[in-house]
Every structure is written in structure tokens, then in C-alpha cells.
Design a protein around this ligand. Structure first.
Ligand SMILES: Cc1ncc(COP(=O)(O)O)c(C=O)c1O
Length: 399
């Protein structure tokens, strides 16, 4: 075939350079691998807190674990409602269920892919305790609106920056605004140690509760003789090997994002001639994406999207991904929501249903959207080549 193959994937290799292996080798040689046997995790947490502009950072095993740690720390009454988005990873839903809370899905803004503040406000009830604002694909959610809503309705704002490490909202890093914010270091993320997560906050008490909330509730700060397991909490501890892999990546995170932003500018320019047919995820004013991925959608219907992706694959040797990771919103693919069962004592989903049509914008967008191969390892020439194929294919199906 005339065209080199390009496949959409976020799980591409993110190797450490030779001069970044020092910490990892030191940890390996030390034989001290666990969080509390080694000081590497603590060192990383100091760096992470500084990077995210918060007083405290608490590492843990995943982004899902990080939301779990936040909710354990916040200790909302059983049955409280948490408003979140259905266009995201299931990690924004599972911890809510496990903590005996109720996930409530607000719709998205069909241009930004992020939660729509008007829909969020319409879902607020007397049981609502928090909003989880996910910054999807690296693009900051409308924190101005969510801050206002949280103030007006006395809610906690949680930011999920799993896909948006290093993204900027009004001159500030995303993650620095919420009472508690969290992110993932899973392989697909801007920086990674395979699996991992972090919680950041300025609140001393919440930081303490999050720290022991990912550590069986174990009161490590107290003398061994007088320690208790303070509250029910799983073991979601990070370790020193992960910290040694992540620490050098954090140092160069902004450089990496800089490369992605450069490629993104090239994509915007090259796509301009077909802007009637293809739109790209809208980035809000005063915000800068960190371009975890590059979402686009057709202005036509699902058939047009499917035709385009088939043509790209069959003729232009380029495999784009359908929808946004999941082809349907989370409430249509999470069995625990579709088939509600009682979980834990005294908790029932009975009042909450997740029917088709719950979030019309989310359902519609996922039928029209796609993700092109996009990553910082592409040269500008490669990136241009990828976009040129999209442009050519779009012209072909619309002429
Ligand atoms: C926005 C978002 N939130 C949460 C998660 C969950 O992170 P993890 O896979 O590390 O549990 C992910 C992972 O893909 C994500 O993209």
C-alpha cells in the first residue's frame, strides 16, 4: 500500500531517557520498594503539589483510586448525589458507586465535550453534594461556571485532570481550582508509570483523610501502640518504583505538552479548508488544552462519520477511533447502572434511572465524533500527512 499505516492509540511507548533512569536504579538497588519504606513517593508528592499549585499531593494506584480517595476523605452521607459526565472513563463513576453515593449525569456541551453548566444546574437537588468536572481530552471544563454553581448551592468542586495534566484555565493549572482535584498516570496519560493516580488539595484535614483513605485508614502518624484503622478504606497505595518512573517525567511535562500544542496548531490549520464538514473540540476562551487526544466530529450524521472512518481505514491506511473511547455514554455501558443492584447496607438506586435519552448531547456527539492518531512522537511532517489524508477523504465523501 502506498500509505504508511497509522493507528489510533493512546497506549504508545513513553520511554525514560538514559539520564532519567537514575532514580529508578537507586530504588531498585535499595531494595525498598513500598511507599513507606522509601522516601521516593514523598519526594514525588512534593513535586506534584508544587506543579499543581496545591499544598498537598497524595499519590495512589490509579485515577479511579484517586476519586475514591477524594470521596472517602469527603465522607458525604450515603445516598448523596454526585454530578458528573457520561463522556469519560468509567473511573469517574465506579468510586461513586463503591462509596454508596449516587452518580447523576448532566449533559455535555456538544462543542467542548465537557459538562454543560446549564444541564449541571438542572440536576442539582437537595441531595447533591459535589460536581466532578472532567477536563476531557486535555481541554479545561468551564470552571468559572462550576465555581459559581458550587458557591450558590454549597457544593464541593472536584476537578478530574486525568486527561489534562498541564492544561491551563485562566492562567492557572487545571487541578488548582477544585477543593480536591485528582488525576491518573495510567499508560495513556501525558505522564505515566503504567498505573497510578494523585489527589491534590490545600485542605489539611482532607489531605490527611485522603492519605489514610488510600491506606486502609491506618493512622501512621500515631505511635504504633496507639494506632487505629480510623475509617473504612481500601489499600490503594502507590509505591517507590512508580514514583521513580514518574518523577523525571514531571520535570519535562511542560516541554512534552509544548510539542503537542505545536502539532495541534498544525492540525487546526490543515483542517481549516474542510471546516464546514468537520469540527474540532472547542477550547474555551482563556484556556489552553494539553491535547491528551484530538477529538473531532462530523457536521453530518453517524452515516457520514462511519463512511469517513471506513474510507480512511480502507483506502488511506489510517485507523481513527469511533466516538470517544466508548461509542456510547457511560450510563449505557456500565452494567452496574443499567441493572441496578443493592450495594452495601441501606443503599438503593431505586430512585435513579439511567434511560436512553438522559443526556441527548452526549448520545448524539458520540455518534458523530472520532479521534485521529495524534501524539507527541509524530514529526510535523507525519502529523501533516495524517491530517492531509483526513482532508482528502472528507473531500471525497462530500464531493
Ligand atoms: C477522565 C478520566 N478520569 C478517570 C480515569 C481513571 O483513571 P485510571 O484508569 O487510572 O483508573 C481516566 C482514565 O482513563 C480518565 O480518562
Amino acid at each position: 500500500m502506498k500509505y504508511k499505516r497509522y493507528e489510533f492509540s493512546l497506549q504508545y511507548p513513553k520511554p525514560l531517557a538514559k539520564n532519567e533512569l537514575k532514580d529508578l536504579i537507586t530504588v531498585a538497588r535499595s531494595g525498598l520498594f513500598s511507599r513507606y519504606a522509601s522516601d521516593y513517593t514523598k519526594k514525588l508528592e512534593i513535586d506534584l503539589a508544587r506543579y499543581y499549585g496545591k499544598k498537598h499531593a497524595v499519590t495512589c494506584t490509579s485515577g479511579t483510586a484517586a476519586l475514591h480517595g477524594c470521596l472517602t476523605a469527603l465522607n458525604f452521607p450515603v445516598g448523596s448525589e454526585i454530578i458528573t459526565t457520561s463522556v469519560s472513563d468509567i473511573g469517574v463513576v465506579l468510586p461513586i458507586i463503591y462509596e454508596n453515593l449516587v452518580p447523576v449525569f448532566a449533559d455535555i456541551d456538544p462543542e467542548t465535550y465537557n459538562l454543560d453548566p446549564i444541564s449541571v444546574e438542572s440536576k442539582i437537588t437537595s441531595k447533591t453534594k459535589a460536581i466532578v468536572a472532567v477536563h476531557l481530552a486535555g481541554s479545561p471544563a468551564d470552571l468559572t461556571a462550576f465555581q459559581k454553581l458550587c458557591k450558590k448551592h454549597n457544593l464541593v468542586l472536584l476537578e478530574d485532570f486525568s486527561q489534562a495534566h498541564g492544561a491551563i484555565w485562566h492562567g492557572k493549572k487545571v487541578g488548582s481550582i477544585g477543593l480536591m482535584s485528582y488525576g491518573s498516570f495510567q499508560q495513556s496519560k501525558q505522564i505515566t508509570c503504567g498505573e497510578g493516580g494523585v489527589i491534590v488539595t490545600n485542605d489539611n484535614n482532607l489531605a490527611y483523610r485522603a492519605l489514610i483513605g488510600v491506606d486502609k485508614g491506618w493512622q501512621r502518624a500515631k505511635p504504633l501502640e496507639g494506632r487505629f484503622y480510623e475509617f473504612l478504606a481500601p489499600n490503594l497505595r502507590f509505591n517507590a518504583v512508580q514514583a521513580a518512573i514518574l518523577k523525571p517525567q514531571l520535570k519535562r511535562l511542560d516541554v512534552l505538552i509544548g510539542k503537542k500544542r505545536k502539532l495541534a496548531r498544525l492540525v487546526y490549520k490543515a483542517m481549516n479548508p474542510i471546516s464546514t464538514y468537520i469540527k474540532m473540540q472547542k477550547i474555551l476562551d482563556n484556556c489552553t488544552s494539553s491535547y491528551y487526544s484530538f477529538p473531532m466530529y462530523v457536521t453530518g450524521d453517524e452515516k457520514m462519520r462511519d463512511k469517513l472512518l471506513k474510507l480512511l481505514n480502507d483506502k488511506y491506511n489510517l485507523r481513527a477511533a469511533y466516538g470517544y473511547a466508548n461509542p456510547v455514554p457511560l450510563y449505557q455501558c456500565v452494567t452496574a447502572l443499567m441493572n441496578p443492584v443493592k450495594y452495601g447496607k441501606g443503599f438503593k438506586y431505586s430512585k435513579h434511572k439511567y434511560p436512553q435519552g438522559l443526556c441527548p448531547n452526549a448520545e448524539a456527539l458520540l455518534k458523530k465524533s472520532f479521534l485521529i492518531p495524534f501524539n507527541e512522537n509524530y514529526t510535523e511532517k507525519e502529523m501533516k500527512n495524517i491530517v492531509d489524508r483526513v482532508v482528502t477523504a472528507v473531500r471525497e465523501i462530500t464531493s
